[in-house]
Write a new protein. Structure first.
Length: 299
């Protein structure tokens, strides 16, 4: 059920299917956590599965733009991971809480969360897993104004991701793609924060390729989000025609995706296109009409 709901979420966004998923969480998953188990190891596995499902509920809330609710789900996930005595899952949740704080413009405690995740995972995690914790710390450093340290941590995370390509990862980590793609995405966000648009474009392009080839190409939302961000970086460098071509692929990828993040990205594309039209970019008018049609169907 976790795999099925995750696949639906990736194809159609956090605003799609939430009532059904929350109902399943309240009944079946809650009942599982209250069960009695013959062995402690089985109890740990059951609580870990419940934590992963609760994490997905938080992720859907985040994608729907309900950030306070997302944080409450993440805190519940952290409690379940602790009850399951699963330190790597605890580190995974601390990491997403740090990223969430950065995404909503509340970075005050994010470096502490990222450092706590690394401390919990120390001497327990494989390189691929560690790469995702290190890139989280890099992003927190960038937002703290420590750009040089952030870039050094980006390189360390990339090296770890390369070393960890053949690692066996926990199922709850790989449901939404491989670590290498996530490292590319967050590296791009770091370079954007540092106003290094060429490197940000390069990393978003790498992320789109990685997500586009993962899980049989089923990760449509994150691929389209990566393309939308890549187009933004191309536009920031003055590559207007190129940006329009990339955004066209992004809007195509958002078809059938009901997500607050997608809504904001398409609105941002249209704001940029209005400027492009005044500059006489021929591709802008047709793309703006495509984006407007998407907004009417999905907003």
């Amino acid at each position: 059920m976790l795999t099925a709901f995750t696949a639906i979420d990736e194809r159609q966004g956090g605003r799609h299917g939430r009532p059904a998923m929350v109902q399943y969480l309240r009944t079946d998953v809650t009942g599982l956590t209250q069960g009695r188990f013959a062995q402690e190891s089985i109890r740990s596995e059951a609580l870990t599965a419940a934590a992963a499902f609760t994490f997905l509920a938080g992720w859907k809330a985040y994608d729907a733009g309900e950030h306070g609710l997302a944080q409450r789900y993440y805190l519940q996930t952290l409690g379940l991971a602790r009850e399951a005595k699963n330190p790597l899952h605890q580190a995974w949740v601390l990491r997403i809480m740090a990223h969430n704080g950065l995404d909503i413009g509340q970075p005050d405690h994010t470096l502490g969360l990222a450092d706590a995740a690394l401390d919990v995972a120390k001497n327990r995690a494989e390189p691929g897993f560690m790469s995702m914790l290190v890139i989280c710390r890099a992003r927190a450093l960038a937002h703290a104004g420590r750009g040089g340290e952030a870039v050094s941590e980006v390189r360390r995370a990339q090296d770890l991701a390369i070393r960890g390509q053949d690692d066996e990862m926990p199922y709850w980590l790989t449901l939404s793609g491989k670590p290498r793609a996530a490292v590319d995405t967050h590296a791009a966000k770091i370079f954007r924060a540092l106003r290094d648009h060429p490197n940000a474009e390069k990393q978003y392009a790498a992320a789109a390729r990685s997500y586009g080839s993962a899980n049989g190409g089923s990760l449509s939302r994150i691929t389209a989000l990566s393309l939308a961000a890549q187009g933004r970086e191309q536009a920031a460098q003055g590559h207007l025609e190129m940006a329009c071509r990339t955004w066209e692929r992004a809007v195509d990828g958002f078809e059938g995706v009901y997500s607050d993040r997608a809504v904001k990205q398409v609105a941002g594309i249209r704001r940029q296109l209005a400027i492009f039209e005044r500059r006489g970019v021929s591709a802008a008018l047709q793309l703006d009409e495509q984006a407007r049609t998407w907004q009417l169907a999905h907003s």
